[in-house]
Design a protein around this ligand. Structure first.
Ligand code: OFO
Length: 163
């Protein structure tokens, strides 16, 4: 059984994972309209993964006797100031999400909820991978410079992020 504090915290994470999915979907849609097919493909896949993350929280809360609430989501931006800026924003967002996962770990320990503590470890590892995969993209972008964006777009096509 979840304590009220943990249930509330996990429900807050549903909002964050769902927003992540919508944010990446908005980024994908923007990249698509700018002609960056490869970048759009990568972002569409990320949006799907974030939706899966959200669903994992929904299942876990209900499985543990809580009630997962489906929230409304804040509207993400529709336009972005270039590809490099966009990936910097992705990294900053993932770092924010990592902080929020760490908060859940901390609360699970202070509430003696070892089931949640064990379960959330998958997300701890996932965040390390997600931050690393976005950092790799940013490093590539730095090397290429904005002029060679066509090459980068083809390079990222078919590349998978963290699962
Ligand atoms: Fe859900 O891992 Fe990114 O945000």
């Amino acid at each position: 059984m979840l304590t009220q504090k943990i249930e509330k915290k996990l429900n807050e994470q549903i909002i964050k994972e769902g927003y992540s999915s919508n944010l990446y979907l908005a980024m994908a849609s923007w990249a698509d309209t700018e002609g960056y097919a490869g970048i759009a493909q990568w972002l569409f896949a990320q949006a799907e993964e974030e939706r899966m993350h959200m669903l994992k929280f929904v299942s876990f809360i209900n499985e543990r006797g809580g009630h997962a609430i489906v929230p409304s989501f804040e509207e993400p931006p529709a336009k972005f100031d270039g590809i490099k800026v966009l990936f910097d924003q992705v990294l900053a967002h993932e770092q924010y999400i990592s902080g929020s996962i760490n908060d859940i770990v901390g609360l699970a320990i202070s509430e003696n909820d070892y089931a949640t503590h064990g379960w959330i470890q998958w997300f701890v590892t996932e965040q390390v991978e997600e931050e690393a995969s976005v950092q790799t993209i940013i490093d590539k972008l730095k090397m290429l410079g904005e002029k060679n964006m066509y090459i980068f777009d083809r390079d990222i096509m078919g590349l998978r992020g963290a699962e």
